[in-house]
Structure formats: structure tokens, C-alpha cells
Design a protein around this ligand. Structure first.
Ligand code: ADP
Ligand code: TRP
Length: 334
């Protein structure tokens, strides 16, 4: 029997952080053990915001090296750059014909930008490019093109997957046949939102991120910057409401978690010590990743070859989907 297909993409808009790792990369690599996995660098998505070519190119390489350093096996997973698959853009154009404008008006990222403009008394669409507005269509094309069954993503992306479902269903309903596969989101609840240094969701755009490949010294410095309350050292502390502990849970075994939780509750442990424990656990997991990452970046030709080989495997699958759709639509006969 054919295995089900898992697909996800990451935008190269800056350095990867711990939220990306636990919210996207790790669950995706876990799924790759069971599913036929197709993972990619969403470089055209990044173009909406990154207009500096050197910066975009560096991010593409970092995100690609990041996936590999985290353990992606390019023999087992089809791993490619979105920009190497021109069929994505054909499918996106076809999907446009099945996408209500009102649906895109309701997309979170666009709505947030409009609200921000309005709040400032500006034209609601000021500074918003069509790339941002049509983003969910391009993302739906990324997903649908590869017959994806599940899409591992963080909670913030669920709306986009629902939109992709909407588009695939409209196409299938119109032609009265299953032209396109309807995908579903796979959100890992336990790591749905990784908190940042200030307690809000960790995000590049909030400046509260811990970069996944930060050198040891910087990692320590950032962890020491995590915002805490003013409870004194002797006071017992509730681990479940401490973001230091939430982050610790990501890196520690259940036994280690139980042991540290007990120390929190007993009192006598200051925040500095809790941070030190977090640093130790984080560095234990991240040090080997960091090393592999540097090695991969140092050999750009190998990285290019891996991505080119991935694109070669991806294109026939993509072409088949576009062909199916074109036929159903009456654009191609036979
Ligand atoms: P950012 O918010 O830093 O710009 P992206 O939007 O590029 O991150 O996210 C890339 C992937 O990582 C997405 O699948 C997203 O859901 C996931 N992700 C990002 N931040 C977090 C977080 N703090 N917790 C869990 N998952 C996250
Ligand atoms: N929109 C996703 C993000 O911001 C990135 C992305 C683009 C993606 N295309 C995708 C994720 C297809 C999953 C599937 O993180």
C-alpha cells in the first residue's frame, strides 16, 4: 500500500529559532519516519518581505542547512526549493480561479496588516503587496501540488491549511471528481506554541527568539535574559507557569522534568539556577546540531547538489498534478 504523504515548508526570512525547530522541523522529521515526506524551502514566500538579495540567499542556505543539521535524510525525504518547481506557480494561477476574494480578505496576516494601517489612520492597504494578499493561494499550491495528506505546522498556520482544503474542495466539486487531494493540518499540541524570551510566542518578528544555531556563549546569554517575576529565591515556585520551565520541558527527559519541577515547588531555587539548568539541557541537544550546521554551510556545493536532486524527484509529481487539473479543466484534451 502507498504510504501517506507529509509535506511542509519553511520560509527563509531569517535564522531559524527554537520555535521553528520544535514547532515545525522536529515534528516533521518525526512524521518522515512513517510518511512519504516532501519538505521544502519556501523561497518565493520569503520574497514578499526580504528584498535584499544577499540576505535572502543567506537565509535560503541557512534554512536548508538547518533541516539537514536537524536530521533530514535527503535520500528518504524529497527535499527541494520551492523556486525550483515552476509547476507551483501554474497551480497557484489555476487555484486563483477557485478562490473567493473574501476568503483572502479574512486571512490572518492580511487582516492584521489592514488593522495596523487602520489603527494608524492610514489607507487600509498601504504597504501591502499582492504577494502578502495572495499568500494563502501560493501556500495551497505548495501543498496540493504534492498530493499531501498531512501538513505538519504550528497553530498559526492552521487557517492556511483550511483555505487549501477549501480550494481543493471547490475544484473537486466543480468537476465532480477527485482532481486534487484535500490536505489536513498536523499540529503537535504539546509544542504548539514555544514561548520567547519575553513570554510571548517566540517569533523573528518579536525580537524574542533564541536562534537554533546560536553559539554556546550567545545561547547562555539569551537564556539569562528570559524575563521572570520578582519572586525571591526562597519562595516556592509553580513550574507550570514559568516559561523557563516550559522551555526546559522541550529539552529534558520526563525524569529530569519531574526532578526540576520538585525543586521549583520546594523553594530555595532562584531564577538564575533555573536558567542554568535550562541552558545545560538546551546546549546538550543543540551543540551537535550546531556543529553539523557549520559543516554543511562550509560545503555549499554539496548543499546545492542535494537540493537539485530533490527538485528532480519533485518535478514529475508536480507535473502530474498540474496535468490532471488541466485535463479536468478542459485546458488539455486527452
Ligand atoms: P516566525 O514567527 O519566527 O516568523 P515562521 O512564521 O517563519 O516563524 O514559522 C515557521 C514554522 O515554525 C511554522 O510552521 C510555524 O508554525 C512554526 N513556528 C514559528 N514560531 C513558533 C513557535 N513559537 N512555536 C511553535 N511553532 C512555531
Ligand atoms: N506559511 C508557512 C509559514 O509561514 C510556510 C509555508 C509556505 C508552508 N508554504 C507552505 C508551510 C506549505 C506548510 C506547507 O511558516
Amino acid at each position: 500500500m502507498n504510504k501517506k504523504i507529509s509535506l511542509t515548508g519553511i520560509k527563509p526570512t531569517g535564522s531559524l529559532h527554537i520555535g521553528n525547530y520544535f514547532g515545525a522541523i522536529k515534528p516533521a522529521l518525526e512524521l518522515a519516519k512513517e510518511y512519504d515526506a516532501r519538505y521544502f524551502i519556501a523561497d518565493y514566500h520569503a520574497l514578499n518581505t526580504v528584498k535584499n538579495p544577499a540576505e535572502l540567499n543567506a537565509s535560503i542556505r541557512e534554512v536548508a542547512a538547518g533541516w539537514l543539521a536537524a536530521g533530514l535524510d535527503p535520500e528518504g525525504v524529497i527535499f527541494y526549493r520551492q523556486s525550483a518547481i515552476p509547476e507551483v506557480f501554474e497551480l497557484a494561477t489555476m487555484l486563483m480561479a477557485f478562490t473567493a476574494k473574501g476568503l483572502l480578505n479574512r486571512a490572518h496576516a492580511y487582516k492584521a496588516a489592514v488593522q495596523e494601517n487602520s489603527g494608524r489612520g492610514n489607507d487600509p492597504d498601504a504597504g501591502i503587496n499582492m504577494g502578502l494578499f495572495t499568500y494563502p493561494v501560493l501556500m495551497a499550491a505548495d501543498i496540493i501540488l504534492f498530493d499531501s495528506d498531512v501538513v505538519p505546522v504550528g497553530k498559526d498556520q492552521v487557517q492556511h491549511i483550511e483555505m487549501a482544503q477549501d480550494m481543493a474542495r471547490s475544484v473537486n466539486a466543480n468537476y465532480g471528481q477527485d482532481v486534487l487531494k484535500v490536505p489536513r493540518a498536523a499540529v503537535q499540541e504539546s509544542v504548539a506554541v514555544v514561548p520567547g524570551l519575553d513570554g510571548r510566542k517566540m517569533s523573528k518578528s518579536y525580537g524574542n527568539a533564541i536562534p537554533l544555531f546560536a553559539p554556546e556563549k550567545e545561547l547562555r546569554k539569551l537564556i539569562m535574559r528570559i524575563v521572570t517575576n520578582s519572586q525571591a529565591m526562597e519562595e516556592p515556585k509553580d513550574p507550570e507557569i514559568s516559561q523557563i520551565f516550559l522551555l526546559y520541558k522541550l529539552f529534558a527527559s520526563p525524569e529530569e522534568q519531574a526532578a526540576l519541577a520538585a525543586r521549583y515547588r520546594a523553594g530555595g531555587m532562584g531564577w538564575g539556577e533555573a536558567k542554568e539548568e535550562l541552558f545545560r539541557a538546551a546546549n546538550r541537544e543543540l551543540a551537535p546540531l550546531r556543529e553539523r550546521f557549520q559543516e554543511i554551510l562550509a560545503g555549499p556545493a554539496v548543499l546545492d547538489r542535494i537540493l537539485a536532486a530533490g527538485a528532480e524527484k519533485a518535478r514529475p509529481i508536480a507535473a502530474a498534478t498540474v496535468k490532471r487539473f488541466r485535463r479536468a479543466a478542459g485546458i488539455d484534451s486527452g
